[in-house]
Write a protein that binds this ligand. Structure first.
Ligand code: SF4
Length: 379
């Protein structure tokens, strides 16, 4: 069974208007802070090493934030430190998230030396106007240059992140963005529908009535265009938001969705691991300062932890399986049909599997709760 290692780099140049990920804006950067943070991550790795001893990780994913805010030498120190502490399979998938405005040839050269074989690039949209609106710091040309540079360094396994469902977005501009993205020949495209999250500028604008998010019907139309354009270019949707050329599905993200073990290091990172025959999940402090100080005091920086009981385990399995295109296998045709009848607007049934319709994808989280309770209590 695959096991993943995630490292969170919570630094960004500035904060995008919609972003609810844990990251702090640091402008051009603060080398002293970055070095202390790397020390803390390596300390966390060392302290937690006992829990995962004997494990060979199948994937490494360095995400953020913006990992490409680190200098090449900082990134080298981080990865070499992790390689000293943990064991890895020979053919690991090693992904680094990058933003076009901060990705450099020097960073890529170092990354390739260290074994990075997949880059996930925050492309987001195929128009400069939309990129400015989202608060992104790059242009369409920057994305094109970055993809070329990544390929010139020998990395062909490239994901492009895209956002859709922007206020006033027309079906034509979304179609244009998708066609532009496939013209760059990535192996994987992640498409996230813009959602209004707490503590974001987007939330303020929506609350004050300055902007209006698209209607459900418009978002479904954008889903349909996404499906049409990407499948016409050989991409297969394997999860609600993720499309890949067959064989290039993200091994790391599949670990999350297939409920396999992962260890997360860094501020706000989450882990899911078996300890003494019990399933545990924990999340680190959402504070760079707190995270560093705890580790400097020799204390693990957990903000929250819980053991997962059977009820929670069932709900999570339903929730995660429904996200995948292969759907939730209830292993019984009769039950599958009953669920199909009960939730007919949101799911389709194929043999013993329940799969989401586009409308179902929009309410996947709520639907998972309803289906899990239906499975527990079919009457
Ligand atoms: S670059 Fe990514 S992580 Fe950073 S603020 Fe923007 S969306 Fe958030």
């Amino acid at each position: 069974m695959a096991k993943g290692l995630y490292v969170h780099i919570p630094f960004c140049t500035s904060k995008c208007m919609y972003c609810a990920f844990y990251s702090i804006p640091v402008g051009d950067g603060d080398p002293a802070l970055f070095e202390r943070y790397i020390d803390a991550v390596l300390k966390e790795a060392e302290m937690i090493g006992g829990i995962v001893s004997g494990t060979k990780f199948s994937t490494i994913y360095v995400g953020g934030g913006t990992p490409t805010k680190l200098s090449p030498s900082m990134f080298r120190r981080l990865i070499l430190g992790l390689k000293e502490t943990f064991e890895f399979e020979d053919d690991i998938e090693f992904t680094v998230e990058a933003n076009p405005e901060s990705l450099t040839a020097e960073f890529l050269k170092t990354a390739v030396d260290l074994g990075v074989n997949r880059i996930s690039l925050g492309a987001q949209y195929g128009s400069d106007e939309a990129l400015r609106y989202l608060g992104r710091l790059h242009t369409v040309k920057d994305v094109e240059k970055s993809v070329k540079m990544i390929r010139n360094h020998g990395i062909d396994n490239i994901n492009l992140d895209l956002i859709f469902g922007l206020p006033d977005e027309s079906p034509e501009t979304w179609r244009h963005t998708l066609n532009w993205a496939v013209s760059l020949a990535p192996t994987h495209i992640s498409t996230y529908s813009l959602t209004v999250e707490e503590n974001t500028k987007l939330k303020l604008l929506v609350d004050y009535g300055s902007i209006k998010m698209p209607s459900v019907d418009r978002v479904i139309e954008l889903f349909e265009i996404r499906e049409e354009v990407l499948s016409a270019h050989g991409f297969r949707r394997y999860e609600i938001s993720n499309f890949a050329i067959p064989g290039f599905e993200s091994r790391h993200n599949l670990i999350y969705w297939k409920w396999q073990k992962y260890l997360g290091l860094g501020a706000s990172a989450s882990s899911f691991w078996i300890i003494d025959y019990e399933l545990w999940r924990w999340t680190n402090l959402h504070s760079v300062k707190g995270y560093i100080e705890r580790l400097e005091d020799g204390v693990l920086p957990k903000e929250f932890e819980e053991s997962i009981d059977d009820n929670m385990a069932n709900l999570e399995r339903v929730f995660l399986s429904l996200r995948l295109s292969e759907g939730l296998d209830v292993k019984d045709r009769f039950i599958a049909q009953q669920i199909g009848d009960e939730f007919s607007e949101f799911v389709v049934v194929e043999d013993t599997r329940i799969k989401l319709t586009f409308k179902g994808m929009l309410v996947a989280d709520h639907l998972a709760i309803d289906i899990a309770s239906y499975l527990e209590n079919p009457d």
